[in-house]
Design a protein around this ligand. Structure first.
Ligand code: ZN
Length: 112
């Protein structure tokens, strides 16, 4: 007998490619598109609803996300759905925004 939790995990993992260099679990299914700030996140249909896969995966393993918190991709890979703290971490909205700015600055430095 499989539980709902196992079913969701299996459904997600069936469309994941594991990146051996970073350890990321990269979603190979549909995404939220290529335009705008919310673009490039993994999407899937679950029980008739469209959900963000990394959020579905995380809550499936750890439980619901409180209203003031959101998931941050520590690995900076939007398609990653790995629910370990090295990849997805629950942070406050404010901290997430700060990290985003920091990552942007670091990318600029790399280019120079
Ligand atoms: Zn990752």
């Amino acid at each position: 007998m499989t539980t709902r939790r196992e079913r969701i995990r299996a459904k997600i993992m069936a469309r994941v490619r594991i990146d051996e260099n970073t350890g990321c679990w990269l979603w190979t299914g549909p995404t939220s598109g290529t335009e705008g700030r919310g673009a490039g996140y993994p999407r899937m249909s679950l029980d008739g609803q469209t959900v963000a896969v990394h959020i579905a995966m995380w809550t499936n393993e750890h439980g619901y996300i409180p209203g003031k918190k959101e998931l941050d991709h520590v690995c900076r890979n939007r398609l990653c759905v790995r629910y370990d703290p090295d990849h997805l971490e629950l942070v406050t909205r404010k901290r997430n925004a700060l990290r985003r700015e920091e990552a942007k600055r670091l990318r600029c430095v790399e280019v120079v």
